[in-house]
Design a protein around this ligand. Sequence first.
Ligand code: SF4
Length: 308
Amino acid sequence: MKLTNALNLPQPFVDAATSDHRYVDKRYSATAILKGTREAILQRRHDDEISNDVADMVWAIFGTAVHGILEQGEESQSQIKENKLVVDLPNGYQLSGIFDLYDDATGTVTDYKTASVWKVKFGCWDDWKPKADTDQFDDWRKQTLIYCWMLRQIGFDAHRGEIVALLKDHSKTKAKINEHPPLPVWQIGWDFTAEDFEQIEAWIMAKFEEIERCEKLPDEELPLCTEAERWTRPGKFAVMKKGRKSAVRLYDDKNDAYQRAAGENRNTSGEPFYVEERKGSDPKCMDYCTACEFCAYWQQTYGKEAQA
Ligand code: SF4
């Protein structure tokens, strides 16, 4: 990746943003396989052409700094810190991963994350406990499950994943009115079963088979990242009332929205109710995919082609 420095920030910022990471043929990290295959391959294929500005990387620098500080702590006898694992896979590819902390006494992999309060807020009840049916933390769960699976391949009895999230935009004032969690650190964990390990193993194998197949394809033929991988927010149909800024109600289904507006208009004079279409979006593609300029979907949906 090429680095730019539009704000002419001091050299230590540039140094901190500079990575000595080099892609290794046929080796993908746990974090890379959690992305869409199109994104993972485009990032690797166009690494020399992708550029990012140092100022836009402050949160990545912040995350690296946090890991660096926590890594300096003394581990207990049963703990292993920041260890790189590489697991050989049947198709000749390799899965790599660096976990933050493993405690062999409890079989727990812990990963530190710097996150936004919103990540937690969307997935929790008012008491800041995770909702039972939320998929908000699936990425964290899957990452620690992959690390546990990798550790198990080399003989450890890893069976629990934990995330310690440092909430970078936490506000004490908002915490007092329960709009933010009580403290700027929030934790979540999962106990993994034999079935979880069977499923993740099957998923890893299938993902690497897909990567092997897709590496032979040109950019435009790579499978589109799924909605989950694009963090898609589906479009909505808003029932609006003249003179009111916010929607009366949002509907997923167009017909439901039109029926509601028509029903309201039957009971009101002047037909003040109407339906407004709110377009869906893909926040990942729009703001967080460094390979977006090489992706036909992004070009057509958000790039110059979309504005033409
Ligand atoms: S822009 Fe979106 S669809 Fe294209 S590679 Fe990135 S995440 Fe995937």
